[in-house]
Design a protein around this ligand. Structure first.
Ligand SMILES: Nc1ncnc2c1ncn2[C@@H]1O[C@H](COP(=O)(O)OP(=O)(O)OP(=O)(O)O)[C@@H](O)[C@H]1O
Length: 688
């Protein structure tokens, strides 16, 4: 979900804020550190989030210089240095091998915007293809009763525009409803026209209240002692206008979900007016992040993959929950966070049966997300599911969990999985007047007892004149309990005092002004607003964490150099296989071309390297791209096939090699399986 985080602090800015969240363990600021003594490093990388409540702004809570950071997880400086060095090695390799490129690099780039280079594009498209397969196709292929509608290269797709009308967002976009109203900037004047910003997300302080506290305690920017501006809210959406007049505002969408909600009626119809069903969408989202940093983790344009799974609020069971219920992984329930415990391994079935996870469908998606991430190559030990605290969740949400992945920046939210209840469809129904509802048709009509409130308008008009309409509306809006109590009082006393909120007063209702009864009726269907369960994937964040989890170095043959390797599973690897003629010779090159043809026919991505540089160098180059298999042509009849991580080699016939590569890269056989079948090889083609 949207930022619960506070303290997105720009380099050099020092100010404010209080107690950070124990679950956000990445920072390492000791409980006694005051802002003025924080090293810059902390400010740059660690001052990520703080939840501030009014109780924290209290003179006794803070050191004389102002407010104090309080962090639970203090790691030594050298751990930070190691993380920093590791990150630098990963990022250097990614940039050198063009996994990504800062956008507009030749013009010195724009913060928060990145382009993917060829291997980065290939990784991303592999991740998205697997997402499609794991969440979209698999549900269908298994003949599930949960068909998915899907956008982007799918016949059943819906596709929301990236440019959205302001009405959709004003109603209740998460960005407007939560972020826009809660994220607050404070500027500190640095030079004549230069400002630095501190961003706060406040639990229960308005910007006026925070401004008053800043004044009361005389808080200044500790670096420069310059005064701070009054806090002011900041709009994180990119604004534009629709049409030539420039008067019709539009926004670049900050999320994709609304596109599915506004199309609910048509999607429901497409699905044969049946629940449950899910719609999925992959698309770009745009957020004018105040302080884009952490490379690919916080950017201004990113790819979201979202599923909206619509379900009957009275039945959130899931027919396939048993397929994931035995999975065990790190979970971090709300209560454990509050009581200062660590994340622990819990069996998913237990988490649902004990009510830690609100319902089976939410649990099912948590399990599927776990499988998705670990199949991609995310390390199980550095993946946890953290439940939102009550004050992090939107008021309407039934339960929310974030899949957080640990990388050199700390624990990063990569997937949000939320039960948003019926809030979105209700809100669009109210605003558009179009009922976004589902119906359960009964096989036999059912007899139901219904409350009937019938205001007698003539009598009410005589008694209340111009206020009659509001009294009628208030009477009709009574719940069953209140109405039955009114009925009893009217019968016993003939008169009752009744509060009409819209009038702001009590009025006397007499027996002849309203009849209240319960009537039996036959109903053929139950009409209700579905709940929605939403897994929302930040694809760029997942990919960056995957890069870190896949990266390692090993010494070169002579031991004088460290060589970089990405241990991508074949599923993710940007190229599945390389083909090298051992030496530059026409016969070998012809064999290499024949093999290349058969790889193309088998649908395997490959790269030929005929540069003739040493075989060790060529292997090192492909290891750095994470290519799992390399074919070295060292004879005209059979070739050497080498696996990246073990560096083990086998001999395979030229005619057979493409199918062996396919078997391994499609996951039908492991490398260990094929090693059994084929003779091992070590000779001229070995780099060691
Ligand atoms: N600026 C961003 N850059 C890259 N990915 C992002 C960004 N903001 C959000 N995401 C990704 O989109 C997913 C869904 O968006 P959501 O609105 O739930 O995020 P969020 O709660 O705003 O994230 P955060 O609190 O880190 O800002 C997140 O889980 C995250 O992976």
């Amino acid at each position: 979900m949207l930022a619960k985080t506070l303290g997105r602090i720009l380099p050099g800015v020092t100010l404010v804020l209080a107690k950070s969240h124990p679950a956000r363990a990445s920072p390492t600021i000791s409980t006694t550190t005051t802002i003025s003594t924080l090293p810059k490093y902390h400010l740059l990388h660690n001052a990520t989030l703080i939840h501030l409540t009014s109780q924290h702004i209290h003179p006794q809570s803070f050191s004389p210089v102002g407010l104090r950071f309080v962090e639970m997880d203090a790691a030594p400086q050298e751990v930070h240095n190691n993380r920093e060095a590791f990150r630098q090695a990963v990022v250097n390799t990614l940039e050198r091998r063009l996994f990504y490129i800062p956008s507009f690099k030749i013009y010195r780039g724009v913060a928060g915007l990145y382009d993917y280079g060829p291997p980065g594009c290939a990784v991303k498209s592999n991740v998205l293809a697997f997402w499609r397969q794991h969440f979209v196709l698999e549900e269908n292929m298994l003949g599930s009763r949960l068909p998915l509608c899907y956008t982007r290269s799918c016949a059943k797709g819906i596709r929301m525009k990236r440019l959205v009308h302001v009405i959709v967002l004003i109603i209740y976009s998460k960005i407007f409803a939560r972020r826009n109203s809660r994220e607050i900037l404070i500027s500190a004047k640095e030079k004549a026209s230069e400002f630095r910003h501190v961003l706060a997300v406040l639990d229960d302080l308005s910007e006026e209240e925070l401004g008053a506290k800043i004044k009361e305690y005389g808080i200044t920017a500790p670096d420069t002692k310059n005064p701070l501006s009054a806090p002011y809210p900041f709009n994180l959406m990119f604004q534009t206008s629709i049409g030539p007049s420039g008067l019709n505002p539009g926004y670049m969408r900050p999320e994709t979900a609304q596109g599915i909600f506004v199309n609910f009626k048509d999607l429901y119809y497409y699905n044969g007016n049946k629940l449950p069903f899910a719609a999925a969408q992959i698309g770009q989202a745009f957020r004018n992040e105040i302080s884009p940093r952490q490379g690919l983790l916080r950017v201004r344009e990113f790819t979201l993959a979202e599923i909206e799974h619509f379900v009957d609020p009275d039945d959130k069971s899931h027919p396939k929950f048993s397929e994931v219920s035995n999975l065990e992984f790190l979970m971090f329930p709300r209560e454990d966070q509050v009581s200062g415990q660590s994340a622990r391994t819990i069996r998913l079935g237990e988490a649902v049966s004990e009510g830690i996870v609100n319902n089976e469908t939410l649990g099912y998606f948590i399990g599927r997300v776990y499988l998705f991430l670990t199949y991609l190559g995310i390390d199980k030990e550095r993946l946890r599911f953290r439940q939102h605290l009550a004050n992090e969740m939107a008021h309407y949400a039934a339960d929310c969990w974030d899949a957080e992945i640990e990388c050199s920046y700390g624990w990063i939210e990569c997937v949000g999985i939320a039960d948003r209840s019926a809030y979105d469809l209700h809100a669009h129904t109210d605003k558009s007047g179009v009922p976004l509802v589902a119906a359960e048709k009964f096989s036999e009509p059912r007899e139901v007892e219904k409350l009937v409130i019938a205001p007698v308008k003539k009598e009410l008009g005589l008694a209340f004149k111009g206020d009659q309409k509001m009294v009628v509306e208030a009477l009709e809006a009574m719940g069953e309990k209140e109405a039955m109590e009114m009925k009893a009082t009217l019968e016993s006393k003939g008169e009752v005092q009744f509060t009409v909120c819209t009038l702001g007063k009590d009025v006397s209702i007499m027996k002849n002004m309203v009849t209240i009864s319960k009537e039996k009726k036959k109903e053929h269907q139950r009409v209700f607003t579905p709940s929605v369960i939403e897994p929302s994937f930040g694809i760029g964040r997942i990919i960056y964490c995957l890069y870190e989890h896949s990266f390692y170095t090993r010494p070169s043959k002579g031991g004088d150099e460290q060589l970089n390797v990405f241990r991508f599973p074949p599923l993710v690897a940007p190229i599945k296989c390389t083909v090298f003629p051992l030496v530059q010779n026409q016969q070998y090159e012809e064999v290499a071309k024949r093999i290349a043809k058969s790889l193309t026919a088998a649908g395997i991505s490959y790269k030929i390297d005929i540069t003739g540089t040493s075989i060790g160098k060529r292997y090192a180059r492909t290891d750095e791209l994470g290519v799992p298999l390399a074919i070295t042509v060292d004879s005209t009849t059979s070739v050497t096939l080498r696996e990246r991580d073990s560096k083990k080699q086998i001999r395979v016939n030229v005619e057979e090699v493409a199918s062996v590569v396919k078997e391994v890269t499609d996951g039908l056989s492991t490398w260990a399986d094929v090693q059994w079948k084929y003779p091992t090889h070590s000779s001229t083609t070995s780099e060691d």
